[in-house]
Design a binder for this molecule. Sequence first.
Ligand SMILES: Nc1nc2c(ncn2[C@@H]2O[C@H](COP(=O)(O)OP(=O)(O)O)[C@@H](O)[C@H]2O)c(=O)[nH]1
Ligand SMILES: [Mg+2]
Length: 376
Amino acid sequence: MMILNDGKGNIFEDFLKAFQKEMKEMGHANLIIAGRTGVGKSTLINAAFRKNLAETGIGKPVTDEMRVYEIEGYPLRLYDTVGFELDPEKQRKTIETIKQECKRAERLNDPDQFIHCMWYCVLSNSNRLEQVEVDFINEIAELMPVVVVLTQVITKKQAEAFKNQILKDYPGIKAKNIWLVLAQDYDDDDRIKPAFGVDTLVEFSMGLLPEAAQKAWCNAQKASIKLKVDKAKKLVMTTAAASFGEGYMPLPFADATALVPTQIGMIAGITAIFGMDISKSLMRAIVTSLLGTAGTTLAGRTIVSNLLKLIPGVGTVVGGTINGATAALLTTALGETYIKIMEMTASGELNEKDLGTEKVQKQIHEMFIDKLKKRE
Ligand SMILES: Nc1nc2c(ncn2[C@@H]2O[C@H](COP(=O)(O)OP(=O)(O)O)[C@@H](O)[C@H]2O)c(=O)[nH]1
Ligand SMILES: [Mg+2]
C-alpha cells in the first residue's frame, strides 16, 4: 500500500492526530431517558445510538433515583431514571437530582456537563398519561427541551389518537413534540411490522440541542445516516470556502501538496461526525487510498494539469499555478468522495474486506474524478 508523505510525516499519522484532537474537542451530548419500566427505553436507546449504553452495565449511580452511563471515547452520556414509577416521592427526588445536576454543570461552567434533552417514554397502547407525569415533564421542561416518545407503536392510528388525547387533556404540556416510534421490528404472527420513527426522532432532537453538542450527537447516533451526511457536507463547504476563498494565494503546482494538511483536517472532521465503529486498519485503508488519490493527483504537475482539463471552466493551465477556485474544487471533490465512502460503509454497502481490494480503490479514484468532472 502506498503511504504518502505530506512533507512532515506519514499522512495517516497526521490524520490520526487530527482525528483524536477532533474527538477530544467534541465533548458529549447528554440525554435523559425517562419513563416507566418496560415501556421500551433500552430498546429505543439501542436503536438510536451506536453503543448500547444501557445494557453494558457501566452505569454509575448519581443518586438512588438516577444512573449515568458513559463509555470512554464515546460522545454520548445517558442519564437513566431508576424506577421512575408513579410514586410522587420518588418523582420529587428525581426532579431534585436533575436540578442538582444542571446546577452543578452551571457552577462548573462546563458546557460538556450540561444536560441537553430528555426523552420521556410512554407506552403507546397504554392510553394513559397521568397528571403527575405531565407535572414531571413540565418541570423538567423548565431546564431542557423534552420530547414525549410514544413507544412500541404497532397501530399508528391508535397511537395518533392517544397523542391527540394527550394534547386535548393537557393543553399546557410543555413537551417540544410527541413522537411515535417502533424501535424494533414487531413480529405480528402473520406479518412483520417494520420499525419506524427513531431516525426522525434523532433528527428532530438534534435541532433542540445547542450547536456545541450537535457534532457529538451526530457521531453517537446511528439511526440517521442522513444526519451525518448533511452535517459532513456542511463541513466540506465551509472548509473549501474558508481555506481557498478570497485571499488565497495561487500555488505553484509543485507546491500543491500544501493543500494536503487542510484536507487531512477536513477528512478528520468528517470521520468525527460519522463516528464509525471501524478498525484502525480499515481507517488506514480508506484514508490512504483517498488522500492517496488526491495526493498523487496533486503531487505531480502532469497529473494535475491532466486532471484540471477535466474540470469544465478551468480550461488550459498556462500559468503553472493552482488558484483558489481550483483548490476549492479539488477539496470539495475529495470531501464528497470521502462522505460517500463513509455513507456506504455505514449502510453496509462497503465492508472491511472490500475496502482493501484494488477494485474498490479504483472505484474510489473514479468517484473522485467523477465528482471533479461534474463541477460547473
Ligand atoms: N418488537 C418490539 N419490541 C419492543 C419494542 N420496545 C420494547 N420492546 C420489548 O418490550 C420489552 C421491554 O423493553 P425494554 O426496552 O427493556 O424496556 P425498558 O424497561 O423501558 O428499558 C422488551 O421485551 C422489548 O423487546 C419495540 O419497539 N419493538
Ligand atoms: Mg431498560
